[in-house]
Each structure stands twice: as structure tokens, then as C-alpha cells.
Write a protein that binds this ligand. Structure first.
Ligand SMILES: Cc1cc2nc3c(=O)[nH]c(=O)nc-3n(C[C@H](O)[C@H](O)[C@H](O)COP(=O)(O)OP(=O)(O)OC[C@H]3O[C@@H](n4cnc5c(N)ncnc54)[C@H](O)[C@@H]3O)c2cc1C
Length: 430
């Protein structure tokens, strides 16, 4: 992909000290943190709003960010949930960690505006130009055509690792045995549900099994995964399952959206016709895009392993923490594997996982950090990715002087994160 375009022929749309591509939970936090630390930051996002899976994927709620009853992810995550609360978009009576995705869009934009992050929405990364182990320019495609953007430090917040992969970084995809990633899921919401009348989880699953046996639902998922939301009478479904499709392939993504919508249609019929409480309910919304759990992982100076996660390893260069289980939805069919950390424990994400090998001016602030397939299934959840994003943003600002992400004094970075209110093992007051 790199150098496929004649950059001399492209207009320069913009330039910034730190260029972040992708405004999901990771890229958003990276952009805000870098700007708050004093860098001139441009955030490029393909949609007309920020939030990534939190908004475009309708993913909810935040998975747990505590260990032993204490928060292990704080900093920007805490400030963002605090602002969601202020805007009336945080928590529900049945789901305390639910958030309102429309409020998330307001919060994300307000944090960017307050920090001075410049936005280029409706703009897709199209190509990456490199020289001497550095990204020199990127090409973007928008209604303004093909243009280029210059930067000193680049941050990949695309989730899929488009920026790093197209720059030529070393990439792994999926599980070791066959390269399949975790399945995609098109999330949807039902409204006007009589929640009090809903049967138990087990009864709903029995009804679901019966509908599958009758051939009314064609979905490899083993049960109905649902959550309550910030709104009364609304139920969120994370239940469709599209397996063995590649999120970095346009044909696969097209097919996946169609399969996902077919499953939603079947699920809606099933709920309204067969599940008490849904008689008067309607399909309120499908996510604007099918949810991507996993795609590329960008190989960096350290590979976080599933043993690191399950044994709650700590690292001298830990820049974020996680306590979420290994949670692998079967990449090829039915079933979900859950493996928990020891009670009360959390693992560190090392700085070296966000520094892709072979590049001086590139950092990762997304789910595509350097880790194995099973470790990814834990670190991918939004609070952990947001903590990684905040660290990446601070590191980017610190790397500006030498235009080298390996010049960052990691002890100073960790101290800075603590000063910002983040939780760093061994440094933060627990
Ligand atoms: C179905 C599903 C259910 C999940 N459930 C939960 C849950 O309950 N709780 C939880 O905490 N986590 C959950 N997760 C995980 C979590 O949502 C994601 O792992 C997390 O959002 C990853 O954040 P990110 O910033 O890395 O990527 P994303 O959220 O994917 O954001 C990437 C951003 O980059 C933009 N982008 C991508 N490519 C380009 C490009 N080429 N040019 C410009 N912009 C680009 C996208 O539009 C997007 O805004 C779930 C994920 C899925 C898919």
C-alpha cells in the first residue's frame, strides 16, 4: 500500500505535530491526551462522528475496569464517564456501566474542543508514505478528493491497524491455527419492551434454541446476549454472530453486514412472536456498522501473551492496566471461552506493545496492539483501550522532540500518567 500514490501531485490538506487516525475509544483518548499535554493534534475519522465501536458499533456497556473492588482504569476514562454522567448519559437502573452513545458523541467532541484537537471528519485514510523507518505523509480520501497530511508523530487509532499495516508494519491476524478472528456482531436495540414481563435468561435461551430448531434463526451463537441500557423499556442485543469473515476485506465486510442484518430480522421476529415482554416492542436501531471484535494485531517491541494476562504480569514499562477476562467468541462457530484472572488481580500493558517494530514515529492507540489472539480478547474492551490511548497520546507529545517514540523516558511517562489521574501499578495510590 505504501508509496502507491504520487504524493507530489497531492494538495496538503493539513499538518500537525501529532496526527491520529481513527476516533474510536483509543484514538479519541490519544488525541485528547496529546493535545492536553501541549501538542498540536489533528484527529482524522472516516465517519461524521467520533466514538468508533462505542457509537458506530452500538457497543455497550463498558466492561469492568475494577480489580479487588478498586478502579484500575482511571484518568481520561474516569473523566469521560464523569462527563457522560453530567450530560445524563451514564448508568441505568439495571446496568450501571451502560452509557448513552448519543451523549458519548457530545462528550467526545467536547473533550476534543476543550483540548484543542482539530478534527477532520468524513475522511478516510487512503495510503501511507514512508522513508527511513518513519511515516512521512499520509494520503486521505474525502469529498475534497485525495489529499495528503503531514505529521511528526502518527498514532494508529483505526482499530484494524490500517495506518501501521499500510506503512508496512509486521502484522498478525486471528488465531494461530487458521487465522480466523473473533466473530463480528451487528448490535441492535429493541424499544417498548415490558422488562418486568421478560422471562429469565435460561427461559429466553430455551425459546431461542427452539426457534433455531424450527429453522427460524440461522445464527451460530449459542445463546441470547442482551444488556439493559440507560433507557427504560429498551434492551440491547449483542447476539448476532458472523464467523470467518475478514474485517480488512471489503467483500467480506459487505457480506458480513448482509448476514448480520438477516440475523437481526430473524431475532426481531423471534422476540416479538415468542418472548414475553416483547409483544409490543419494535426494532429501534441497528448499529451503523457491524461490530468488529478483532482484525490485525501490529507486532511491536513486546508481545503481550495470554499468560501475561491470566497470570496478571506487571511490567516496569506498564502504561495501562486490565482485569477483563480472556473472552473468545468462537471464531468459527458456536461457543464462547471465558478464562478469568485470579480474583482481585490486574495485568499491565507495557509501553513496548504500542511501539510497532521498524518505525520511529508510530504509536498504536487501539485494540490492535502487539499481543496474541487470546490476550487480545481481554485487552480489546473499551476501558482498557481508552487507558492505552491516553498513554499513547502522552507518549506522542514526549516523542516530539526527537521524533522518536523510543526516545520517550518511560518512567517519566508513567509519572505523567499518574499526575493525570491514571492508575499505574506500583505508582498510583491504590
Ligand atoms: C460486538 C462487540 C461487542 C463488544 N462488547 C463490548 C462491551 O460490551 N464492552 C466493552 O467495553 N467493549 C466491548 N467490545 C470491544 C470494544 O468495543 C472495541 O474493542 C473497542 O471499541 C476498540 O476501540 P478502538 O479505538 O481500538 O477501535 P474502534 O472502536 O473500532 O474505533 C476505530 C475508529 O477508527 C475509525 N477508522 C477505522 N479505519 C479508518 C480509516 N482507514 N480511516 C479513518 N478512520 C478509520 C473508525 O471509524 C472508528 O471510529 C465489543 C466489540 C464488539 C465488536
Amino acid at each position: 500500500m505504501s508509496n502507491a500514490i504520487n504524493y507530489d501531485a497531492l494538495d496538503v490538506a493539513d499538518e500537525a505535530e501529532v496526527v491520529v487516525v481513527g476516533g474510536g475509544p483509543g484514538g479519541l483518548c490519544a488525541a485528547v491526551a496529546a493535545a492536553e499535554e501541549g501538542a498540536d493534534v489533528l484527529l482524522i475519522e472516516r465517519y461524521g462522528f467520533l466514538g468508533g465501536m462505542a457509537t458506530a458499533g452500538l457497543v455497550n456497556p463498558f466492561m469492568p475496569w475494577v480489580a479487588g473492588g478498586k478502579p484500575i482504569i482511571r484518568g481520561l476514562f474516569e473523566r469521560i464517564t464523569g462527563r457522560l454522567d453530567e450530560y445524563g448519559g451514564w448508568g441505568g437502573p439495571r446496568q450501571p456501566s451502560a452509557f448513552d452513545e448519543e451523549m458519548f458523541k457530545f462528550v467526545a467532541e467536547d473533550f476534543c474542543a476543550e483540548a484543542g484537537v482539530r478534527l477532520q471528519l468524513h475522511t478516510m485514510l487512503a495510503d501511507v508514505d514512508t522513508a527511513d523507518e518513519a511515516i512521512t505523509s499520509i494520503a486521505t480520501l474525502s469529498k475534497s478528493g485525495l489529499r495528503q497530511v503531514h505529521g511528526e508523530i502518527f498514532i494508529d487509532g483505526t482499530g484494524d491497524g490500517d495506518l501501521a499495516a499500510w506503512a508496512g508494519a509486521e502484522v498478525e491476524i486471528g488465531r494461530e491455527e487458521d487465522g480466523h478472528c473473533q466473530p463480528m456482531t451487528l448490535c441492535f436495540r429493541m424499544m417498548n419492551v415490558n422488562i418486568e414481563a421478560m422471562p429469565s435468561r435460561q427461559e429466553i435461551n430455551e425459546l431461542y434454541d427452539a426457534a433455531k430448531e424450527r429453522g427460524e434463526i440461522d445464527n451460530p451463537r449459542e445463546n441470547v446476549l442482551k444488556f439493559f441500557t440507560t433507557h427504560d423499556r429498551q434492551v440491547h442485543f449483542n447476539t448476532t454472530r458472523v464467523v470467518m469473515h475478514d474485517a480488512t476485506n471489503a467483500e467480506d465486510m459487505t457480506d458480513a453486514e448482509l448476514i448480520g442484518r438477516r440475523q437481526v430480522r430473524q431475532m426481531v421476529r423471534f422476540l416479538v412472536d415468542h418472548v414475553p415482554g416483547f409483544e409490543e416492542a419494535w426494532l429501534e436501531e441497528m448499529a451503523p456498522q457491524i461490530g468488529i471484535r478483532e482484525s490485525r494485531r501490529i507486532m511491536g517491541d513486546y508481545l503481550l501473551t495470554v499468560d501475561d494476562v491470566l497470570e496478571a504480569h506487571k511490567f516496569d514499562d506498564g502504561i495501562a492496566r486490565g482485569s477483563y477476562s480472556v473472552d473468545i467468541h468462537n471464531p468459527a462457530g458456536t461457543g464462547t471461552v471465558i478464562k478469568r484472572l485470579p480474583p482481585g488481580e490486574a495485568y499491565d500493558v507495557p509501553y513496548r506493545c504500542i511501539t510497532p517494530r521498524g518505525f520511529d514515529n508510530l504509536l498504536i492507540a487501539a485494540r490492535c496492539i502487539s499481543c496474541d489472539h487470546a490476550a487480545h480478547s481481554s485487552m480489546r474492551v473499551m476501558p482498557i483501550v481508552m487507558a492505552i490511548g491516553e498513554a499513547a497520546g502522552c507518549a506522542a507529545e514526549m516523542a516530539l522532540e526527537e521524533a522518536d517514540v523510543r526516545s520517550v523516558d518511560v518512567d517519566a511517562l508513567r509519572e505523567k500518567l499518574v499526575d493525570r489521574g491514571a492508575s499505574i501499578y506500583g505508582l498510583s495510590e491504590e
